[in-house]
Design a protein around this ligand. Structure first.
Ligand code: SF4
Length: 693
């Protein structure tokens, strides 16, 4: 008999609802969930191919120690013994977890609790560092908390949608479909795309601003100055709900229209038109994604955008606001449980003694991390230096995805003790594990994820666990038991973990913090199983109808006001005579991250079959390469060999190459081997764009 289960797509941060049906003979089919308020039944190519990516080929089915099959007991005993020995011999800073936006919130919660509350270190970072951390830092600077003010519906209600550093059509396809449908219904709606490359998203734009890489700060600082000089500031909003306006304006006033033209390389007519549209349109949403975040000035870019929305009071109202588009399915859930090295839990701050005390009392934990831990790039540097003696990597493939990937691989290879929890045995990272632990994949695991509009949805199991595979939270709890923390990790189900997470969000929280899902504290199995998608906040004892933040202020700085941040355009050109091209990396439509799952689908792979680099036709002539010829992309760190795709979508002097391919799929195609470990100084997010090659 057929069994249909409502679950959530595991790929991008749109977080679409999926109905998975297991038919006779175990054949799985998927379709969009018409009742899910984030996608209303839509799915993109990746989501609709989910059933093609869940076979057991290449799966880890049993724990392994040193490449040999082992029992769970012996593997977990060894992990516990090695972490205990490292902490006893070298202190809590000698161990680290590197986790992932692929983890469910419950897995993330347990990992964060174990590291920060029981090991006493904050050395837990995540591949969300590569994805969202500049937005987190920008939100916290401006709002006092990491809060996304709006909802997806705002993109449909706006009269002007600005997409900066976002190839929405390929990276958040269902949200793009919603936007495109809204624009068709209301042709008066304008779309502006800001991107050095003419992407598929730019094809629906009324205005495409092909700025030079990393010049977004100049563009939005110039806009801020333009708004002031054209009397477009909402003086009442600024006076009542913000501070720091004068300082931010003093900085912006030093950036003239001519400066912006020079830095961005835009024609004056286009720049004037963009500023006019922003000044004269009431309902504006500005979406930003990895072109903003993955930059050495990512946090400043975010604040330059937020300054313009705060100055005009266009925030938290229908069809108005800045909107950070999350890359991964659960990058937001990870932020909620404090899965970043510089956050605590339930959006509380590691730097705050009061917050640390509150969390420690709630957990009844022996210690609490007192300072931020190592962020991803620093974490792997510490592995390379030998400061990290025991490392646990969960659900991610840093040997392919981290910048300076070759050095990261060498560091992991040389590390004293490495545990990898994953579903696939032959990833570039898993092959360096001393202990390999088989995790559950999509369709097998149960828990929750939070998407870009703060909507918490269930992922539900509808397939049996293959072999001896177990949930990531279970693996962590079993290690905690063996290290003497049995009482605090006595979980039997993900429902119990979610319930504890919800209770922590509500603990001593009378609306003073932004994150509250207290309504679900003490949740039972039945309620958890039946949970329908909901947005936080959901205060204890009532159903919140609030879906937007900050229309009437209520920011999370102590004085309740938002902060304008004085930001200054930085030098952005990294090229030199030896490395004269600028490389931008990014996603393609039909692959996900390092292709370990989507690479299994012949249908998805037929969209673009090989790694490539987009080049402008005149650059191709100059370097003597024809379409589909091979090009070697080289930086001082390494090189990658890919096909040339010659197109006028690319600006002269620029190259785009996808991030997905690795040596498993094509020899020498690992583009992150070329990308240096330059990071944003506030967020620690690597600059995966604007690389001199
Ligand atoms: Fe999945 Fe994102 Fe596609 Fe939705 S848009 S189906 S969440 S990959």
């Amino acid at each position: 008999m057929e069994q249909a289960v409502k679950t959530t797509c595991p790929y991008c941060g749109v977080g679409c609802g999926v109905i998975a049906t297991v038919g006779d003979g175990g054949v799985v089919s998927v379709k969009g969930d018409p009742d899910h308020p984030s996608n209303y039944g839509r799915l993109c190519s990746k989501g609709s191919a989910l059933a093609e990516t869940i076979d057991l080929d290449g799966r880890i089915l049993h724990p392994e120690i040193g490449g040999e099959p082992a029992s769970w007991d012996s593997a977990l005993d060894l992990v516990a013994a090695k972490f205990s020995a490292a902490i006893a011999g070298h202190g809590p800073e000698s161990v680290a977890f590197y986790v992932s936006g692929q983890l469910l919130t419950e897995d993330y919660y347990v990992a964060n609790k174990l590291m920060k509350g029981f090991f006493g270190s904050a050395n837990i970072d995540t591949n969300s560092r590569l994805c969202m951390s500049s937005s987190v830092a920008g939100h916290r600077r401006a709002f006092g908390s990491d809060t996304v003010p709006g909802t997806y519906e705002d993109l449909e209600l706006a009269d002007l949608v600005i997409l900066t550093g976002s190839n929405l059509a390929w990276c958040h396809p269902v949200l793009y479909q919603r936007l495109a449908a809204a624009k068709e219904r209301r042709p008066g709606m304008k779309v502006v795309v800001i991107d050095p490359r003419r992407t598929m998203t730019a094809d629906i734009a009324d205005l495409h601003l092909a700025i030079r890489p990393d010049t977004d700060v100049a563009l939005f600082v110039g806009l801020f100055a333009h708004l002031v000089s054209n009397n477009a500031v909402d003086q009442n909003y600024v006076a009542a709900h913000t501070s720091g306006f004068a300082e931010a304006f003093a900085m912006a006033a030093g950036v003239s229209f001519g400066d912006v033209l020079e830095r961005t390389g835009l024609p004056a007519m286009q720049l004037r038109e963009f500023y006019r549209l922003f000044t004269t349109t009431k309902k504006i949403v500005t979406c930003y994604s990895q072109g903003v975040n993955q930059s050495s000035s990512g946090t400043d870019k975010v604040n330059a955008i937020l300054n313009c929305h705060l100055a005009t009071g266009r925030i938290g109202k229908p069809g108005m606001g800045p909107f950070s588009l999350t890359g991964q399915p659960n990058a937001m859930g990870g932020r909620e449980v404090g899965g970043l090295a510089n956050m605590l839990a339930a959006h509380m701050a590691i730097e705050s003694a009061e917050d640390r005390d509150r969390v420690q009392r709630f957990w009844a934990s022996p210690v609490i991390a007192e300072k931020p831990g190592l962020k991803a790039v620093d974490l792997f540097q510490a592995v390379a230096d030998g400061r990290i003696k025991a490392l646990w990597i969960m659900a991610t493939n840093p040997v392919v995805s981290m910048p300076d990937a070759g050095a990261v691989e060498a560091a992991i290879k040389a590390c004293h003790f490495v545990v990898v929890s994953d579903i696939l045995k032959e990833t570039d990272t898993a092959r360096h594990a001393h202990v390999l632990l088989p995790s559950l994949g999509w369709g097998e695991k149960s828990g929750t994820v939070t998407n870009s509009e703060r909507r918490i949805s269930r992922q539900r199991a509808f397939l049996a666990a293959p072999g001896a595979a177990r949930a990531d939270w279970w693996q962590l709890a079993e290690v905690a038991h063996r290290m003497g923390f049995a009482d605090a990790f006595a979980y039997e189900t993900p429902a119990e973990i979610f319930s504890e997470h919800a209770a922590l969000s509500a603990f001593e929280n009378a609306g003073s913090r932004d994150f509250d899902i207290g309504i679900h504290q003490g949740i039972g199995h039945h309620t958890y199983d039946a949970l329908t998608p909901f947005q936080w906040p959901q205060p204890a004892g009532q159903v919140s109808m609030e879906t937007r933040f900050f229309a009437d202020g209520g920011f999370y700085h102590a004085d309740g006001k938002a902060r304008f941040i004085a930001v200054e355009p930085a030098e952005t050109d990294r090229t030199n005579p030896d490395y004269p091209f600028t490389l931008n990396t990014g996603r393609i439509r039909d692959q996900w991250h390092t292709m370990t799952r989507t690479g299994k689908s012949a249908r998805l792979s037929s969209h673009i079959a090989e790694p490539f680099a987009e080049l402008h036709p005149r650059d191709a002539i100059e370097i003597g390469v024809g379409n589909a010829g091979l090009v070697e992309i080289e930086s001082p760190l390494g090189s990658a060999v890919v096909r040339a795709l010659i197109t006028e979508r690319q600006a002269r002097g620029s190259i785009f190459a996808p991030m997905h391919w690795n040596d498993q799929f094509a020899a020498k195609a690992r583009i992150d081997a070329v990308v240096p470990s330059i990071v944003d100084r506030f967020s620690g997010q690597p600059a995966s764009k604007n690389v001199a090659v």
